[in-house]
Design a protein around this ligand. Structure first.
Ligand code: GAL
Length: 491
């Protein structure tokens, strides 16, 4: 009885807490948004054909089924403003208008996003929305737009204090709310003025640093981050490597919560600059940090390894986990085998998941493969120094979330089927539709025997024990710990 009351109270508390914190109160991005964006692969060469092609591929390759739902147009879609001050889509790129495109994207069961800047011009010098917030939001809503990525170029110097940035971005947030249409608001000011401190009440996500380069790591004056060299990791920087973005994001994981996420920038998986291990690490880290997952690769020529990285349901379940809390970095050590930037490092990240599970991410950013260790005391450090007795004194099963990565043969079969018949994937990793849809599946605690959602059990760890994992250079081990059933409770 006592236990029941406690559970009910917890549930009530949970619901109220959620209600109170949802950004914008627009009910969107309760888990980090997933989708595809034009920018990294198409830049200003976007048009209706390439966007519809990507949208169709999201469906036929099985991405939609796994939860990738937003198709986002980035910069360069407009032809300026008309005499009444309304934005006009480029007629050569969008012969059916953006409303015509939106209709087709909606007919595929997907959602459509658009882009502008909180400045007089966008970064590619197209018309910006500063001073036109209400007009633009109303127009986008009338077109059926579901998502806005809102950039920071040409902002007329209206930044430099959190208040200046807040006011400028709040104007668009208010305008979007006023339309009455739920429009996911993705703020893109590259971390200037610390959006993690001011944006959670007005936006669903905010970029934490400059654009993510298609590279694992580099010694970069544009995006400094080395404690060894005395460089400040808290400066947002621009043109950042994967490792630099992570080393900056570690300072504010607690600022993210359901409806309001730290955006580490769009995925570079499949864009050619990363080794397979690096791409796996990139995907794992973004899921663990609860960053939005926006793919940017060309879906019409996706290769099997890329498909299998982007379509691992066990990793997507971490991203979309209902608890919605980012991992924390527990430790970072420098190692002797150096990287391109002159040093190597290893890190442990840990965070809570639904059902009392714990995510453990071991990152090896050294240049040699190595066995890495994490004690339960460290893994549960965030619950109090040394962890809590109730967690450290338990036995845990350890699941490797990448163990059941789709084989290249299966991935190739999916790609061939999508290319030849345009039909849905024949061998998708998990049948989400049969299970009630991606959102439903991810909102549940995955059953221990679900190979797709739990990977494979690779061992267990005893009370006060240590998790050990072999981690390739520039790679991760992504492990899910599940408490073993307690015999004494069952008696
Ligand atoms: C940058 C932004 C990129 C992309 C680009 C378009 O400021 O960070 O993600 O949107 O502008 O010009």
């Amino acid at each position: 009885m006592g236990r029941r009351i406690a559970t009910a109270a917890l549930l009530l508390f949970g619901l109220n807490a959620l209600k109170g914190v949802v950004a914008l109160d627009n009910g969107l991005a309760i888990t980090p948004q997933m989708g595809w964006n034009t920018w990294n692969s198409f830049g200003c060469s976007l048009n209706e054909t390439v966007i519809l092609d990507a949208a169709e591929k999201l469906v036929s390759l099985g991405f939609k089924d796994l939860g990738y739902e937003y198709v986002v147009l980035d910069d360069c879609w407009s032809a300026g403003r008309n005499a009444s001050g309304y934005l006009v889509p480029d007629p050569a790129k969008f012969p059916n208008g953006i409303d015509g495109l939106a209709e087709k994207i909606h007919a595929l069961g997907l959602k459509i996003g658009i882009y502008s800047s909180a400045g007089t011009m966008t970064c590619a010098r197209y018309a910006g929305s500063l001073g036109y917030e209400e007009k633009d939001a109303a127009l986008w809503a009338s077109w059926g737009i579901d998502y806005l990525k809102y950039d920071n170029c040409y902002n007329q110097g209206q930044e430099g204090t959190p208040k200046l940035s807040y006011d400028r971005y709040n104007a668009m947030g208010q305008a979007l709310n006023k339309t009455g249409r739920p429009i996911l608001y993705s703020l893109c000011n590259w971390g200037v003025d610390g959006p993690w401190n001011f944006a959670s009440t007005i936006a669903n996500s905010w970029r934490t640093s400059g654009d993510l380069l298609n590279t694992w790591d580099r010694d970069d004056a544009n995006c400094p981050c080395s404690e060894l060299e005395g460089l400040d990791c808290k400066t947002p920087g621009y043109k950042c490597s994967i490792l630099n973005v992570i080393n900056k994001a570690v300072y504010y994981p607690s600022k993210a919560f359901p409806g309001a996420w730290n955006d580490l920038d769009m995925l570079q998986v499949g864009n050619g600059g990363l080794t397979d291990d690096e791409a796996v690490a990139h995907m794992s880290l973004w899921a663990a940090f609860k960053s939005p997952l926006l793919m940017t690769n060309v879906l019409s020529n996706i290769d099997p390894p890329t498909l299998s990285i982007l379509q691992n349901p066990a990793v997507l379940a971490v991203s979309q986990d209902p608890v919605g809390s980012s991992v924390n970095r527990i430790w970072r050590y420098y190692v002797d085998d150096v990287d391109a930037n002159g040093y190597g490092e290893i890190q442990l990240f840990s965070g809570g998941l639904a059902g009392g599970d714990q995510l453990v991410l071991l990152l090896n950013a050294g240049s040699k493969d190595r066995t890495m260790n994490a004690t339960l005391e460290d893994i549960f450090w965030e619950d109090g120094p040394g962890g809590t007795a109730s967690q450290v004194q338990q036995s845990w099963d350890v699941y490797d979330l990448w163990a059941n990565r789709m084989s290249n043969e299966t991935a190739a079969a999916i790609i061939n089927a999508a290319n030849s018949t345009g039909s849905a994937a024949p061998a998708a990793p998990i049948n989400m539709t049969a299970l009630g849809g991606a959102k439903h599946v991810y909102s549940q605690v995955p059953p221990s025997d679900s190979k797709a959602l739990m990977g494979t059990k690779v061992g267990s760890v005893q009370p006060s024990g240590t998790v050990k994992a072999f981690v390739k250079a520039h790679g991760v081990a992504m492990l899910r710990l599940r408490q073993q059933s307690q015999k004494k409770d069952e008696l």
